[in-house]
Design a protein around this ligand. Sequence first.
Ligand SMILES: Cc1cc2nc3c(=O)[nH]c(=O)nc-3n(C[C@H](O)[C@H](O)[C@H](O)COP(=O)(O)OP(=O)(O)OC[C@H]3O[C@@H](n4cnc5c(N)ncnc54)[C@H](O)[C@@H]3O)c2cc1C
Length: 383
Amino acid sequence: MSSAALTQLSEEDALFQASVRQFAREQIAPHVREMDEQAHFRPAILEQMFALGLMGIEIPEEYGGQGGTFFQSVLAIEELAAVDPSAAVIVDVQNTLVINAVLRWASEEQKRRWLPRLAKDTAASYALSEAGSGSDAFALQTRARLDPGGDWLLEGRKLWITNAQEAGLYLVFANANPEAGYKGITCYVVERAFPGFQVGRKEDKLGIRASSTCELIFDGCRVPAANVLGEVGKGYKIAIETLNEGRIAIGGQMTGLAHGALQHALAYAKQRKQFGKAIAEFQAIQLQLAEMATQVEASRLLVYNAARLREAGKPFLTEAAMAKYFSSIVAENVASLAVEVLGGVGFTKHYPVEKLYRDAKIGRIYEGTSNMQRITIAKQLLG
Ligand SMILES: Cc1cc2nc3c(=O)[nH]c(=O)nc-3n(C[C@H](O)[C@H](O)[C@H](O)COP(=O)(O)OP(=O)(O)OC[C@H]3O[C@@H](n4cnc5c(N)ncnc54)[C@H](O)[C@@H]3O)c2cc1C
């Protein structure tokens, strides 16, 4: 299949992509700088993202969602990231981690309880990492103890939790049977109002500053048995399987970021004049632009390929790891080149490429660091 065919979208996907692009450019772009400076995501934009269905893309229509596909979630994240990678990660966590897990693991009764809220107005978080367990996620120390009354009591702290400030629901991984090791890990759905739960310190970050990243504190947090997602002791499976899919969407986020940086560089190169002509007329600038475009295209191909394999129910683990690993390199490279093409102004906050350059760094860290992606790829190579 030629590359043109691989990045070709169906009519429906192309319309969807165009609508997200228009929304991002018209409604988000004017506020990106201010949200970055204030490290705060405008509630009105979050409301608009709900109204447009972007916070419930894959939720079936019978539960109030859009009835869309995983591939469309990736497309939406890519388009949002071209304008604001913070908006993209909010949509990423909501759709490809939380809703994905609920769709696959919740009972019918639980779906009826949570999906309509997630589609309509409730942002959600995915809480796996802790201070002592990042790459080694299953070493988590948050504990769940069964109360004689049948409820679970959660004790511990989570760190680095995206969407924590805005969320109403939290998917929380805790160990209900530490003697069983990772086979004690269980996934609980925690409501923000549950007694014994609070959102703690918010991180002050290098990039994606408008996306909230907070600590979660569980101090004897009481969770009804009806809020266990899947089975007790099967949380590790939920965590692995959702993260395997989520990282394809992070590939989409990084591809979108790189695409956004390229567009800014192109526009600037055509209008900036030096030595009596537009800098786009200098072959050295053309080579830089060509390099950026090639990297963006290669990144997109890897991401779409992994997303389509997942959609088709085929193995995608290695392809997803390659997509995330490569696209995060591309995002850093392309954003860096964009800063150079813009020269001095590229280094200032007057143009968006400085922020995209800072935002790109997160692609090599969350949802599995670059080292962890390469370990996954090497395992497949070596058998
Ligand atoms: C902005 C942000 C948002 C996040 N959002 C969430 C969220 O919503 N939910 C959530 O659960 N988590 C979230 N995280 C946590 C994120 O997934 C972890 O930071 C990440 O998995 C890395 O873990 P760590 O920070 O503990 O680093 P560590 O695991 O301590 O890694 C440190 C370094 O050691 C390397 N390393 C570790 N083990 C190995 C190994 N076996 N072989 C080779 N190298 C290794 C890593 O690659 C890295 O370079 C977020 C983090 C950030 C910064």
